[in-house]
Design a protein around this ligand. Sequence first.
Ligand code: HEC
Ligand code: HEC
Ligand code: HEC
Ligand code: HEC
Ligand code: HEC
Ligand code: HEC
Length: 404
Amino acid sequence: MRHAALKGLAGLVCLALLTSQGVAAEAKKPARAKKAKDKEFVGSEACKKCHVAEFKSWKESFHAKIVQPRKTGILKDVVEKWATDGKSPGPATGNVTSGAFQLDDVQYVVGSRWKQRFLVSNDKTGGLQFLNKQFNRLSGQWENYGNKNDWNTMCGTCHTTGYRILEVDKASGATLKASWSELSVGCEACHGPGARHVSAKDAKAKKRTIFNPASVSVERQSKVCGYCHIRAENELYKTAQGNPREDLPAPKVGETYKAGDDWTKWYPEHVSIPGVHPDEPFNAEYKGDLKGLFKLDDAAKASGVYEEAKHHQQYQGFLQSAHYKSGQLSCITCHSPHAGKGKLKKVAKDACSSCHDATYTVEKYMPNTGKTADNLFVRSHTFNKEPRPTGKGAADMGPPQYYE
Ligand code: HEC
Ligand code: HEC
Ligand code: HEC
Ligand code: HEC
Ligand code: HEC
Ligand code: HEC
């Protein structure tokens, strides 16, 4: 049955199409020069006609689904449980402005595999803010989401494509305006901006004008994924609320990360990336959002392997592994972000047997250690030969059921 609250969605979807420059930029139009720069990015739809297999399989992936309009992305369980569970009512308050909101007001949803968060307007910034609760798909419960930071200046870098900061308050470092070319992780997040490639005349020119992660060293391949699959604390750029950001938007205001860039070299004096910078080891105690980043207990000290204690830090787990140190494996040895030349390169199930005997399994050596929600974790990528007991993870749930 259709929920009455979902009426009026058609209007919201149109709004989503109009705001391809990003929601913050929509409120106050960015300077013309900056707009022109965004034209380097053409969006995933523009790749479809020539790369049908890659497009189709990417569209089915979670990269393409991380930020969705409410209509297509909201979970069935979320709609059914929004306000009906008397003991644990659904979200009702904006994180930043404390304004009151309802299901109807949700513009976008973020996440669907482990958890879902909800975006509503923020009339203070003209951008978006989160509601005060998130949905845990394993427990089927609402959880408090008390983080004050808003979407535009805290999350966009890793959840959109072609993100750029357009304006910063010089005195405080707070991000005032940002834009992106596309919501979610599009083709150009891993291949760089595609305008020149699309218009290039022949196959030779096509190859020259686009970045293919397969063509660089294994270390650089992992950095392409590591740009988002990390945890950092950024003192150069702050959120709109004045807290350190947790991402690395670009070397300079107005610029954007391009796949293949070595982001580990950007402003090292202003950013902490534990395990990446030599003076920031895995086994130190960090403060702020980096507190409790890695398991630092006796088991970790004994093995010298510090498993991920939070989610989205696969790169920092992987750097500690014998896999990374062997210089033979990168993220894309095991993961194929989409079908290549017509079929998926590797299936997770068979990811170990091509190199190891049958005692090496995902279940044994990739325990769920990185917390993403209450009692819900993502798999460790340290490949510790003395693995920890596992928590619950994605494999303990079926695939997400969307409302539509
Ligand atoms: C008009 C057709 C066309 C469009 C549109 C197009 N491509 Fe291509 N692409 C090609 C051709 C042709 C090649 C070269 C194929 C070959 O010789 O292997 C290619 C090759 C590539 C490669 C491999 C490069 C290499 O080093 O081997 C990547 C990656 C790629 N395209 C990504 C994209 C992305 C991302 C988009 C959208 C931004 C896109 N393409 C849009 C035609 C197109
Ligand atoms: C622009 C940021 C970004 C980049 C670059 C990126 N990812 Fe992701 N990745 C994400 C986000 C955000 C999610 C969460 C998607 C979700 O759960 O809805 C994700 C999810 C995943 C997942 C789990 C979901 C699934 O489809 O199984 C895998 C595996 C993954 N990424 C691998 C990679 C690899 C490999 C690369 C490099 C080739 C890469 N990612 C590059 C942001 C990124
Ligand atoms: C440095 C990059 C980065 C930043 C910054 C970031 N994320 Fe993520 N996020 C990821 C990646 C990568 C994943 C998927 C891998 C994982 O969860 O281990 C993810 C996963 C998620 C998921 C779970 C997706 C699912 O399908 O269950 C949600 C929800 C989410 N992020 C919301 C946010 C919000 C809200 C913010 C801002 C407060 C934020 N993220 C900031 C990289 C980032
Ligand atoms: C999360 C990162 C990521 C995203 C998103 C992504 N790609 Fe790729 N792409 C790769 C990697 C890594 C390779 C290298 C081959 C491999 O490992 O699959 C690749 C290879 C390619 C190739 C070369 C031929 C082949 O299939 O191996 C083409 C063409 C391509 N991608 C097009 C696209 C298009 C079009 C999209 C969007 C619809 C897209 N890619 C989205 C990471 C990505
Ligand atoms: C492309 C080949 C390849 C694949 C695929 C692969 N491994 Fe490995 N694995 C290696 C190499 C190389 C080493 C390092 C060996 C060394 O340093 O002696 C290694 C080491 C390990 C170690 C550490 C062993 C030790 O004694 O320190 C573990 C655990 C491990 N792999 C688990 C896995 C699991 C689990 C998978 C599947 C998800 C997997 N591997 C997939 C090549 C691979
Ligand atoms: C040796 C193989 C291997 C390598 C190398 C590897 N992964 Fe994975 N990864 C896996 C397997 C297997 C899974 C579990 C997939 C499943 O259960 O569907 C996984 C799961 C994930 C997930 C989802 C987490 C979860 O709980 O399912 C993300 C995100 C991810 N990998 C990102 C990365 C990134 C980023 C890199 C590089 C820094 C990387 N992986 C390197 C094998 C690998």
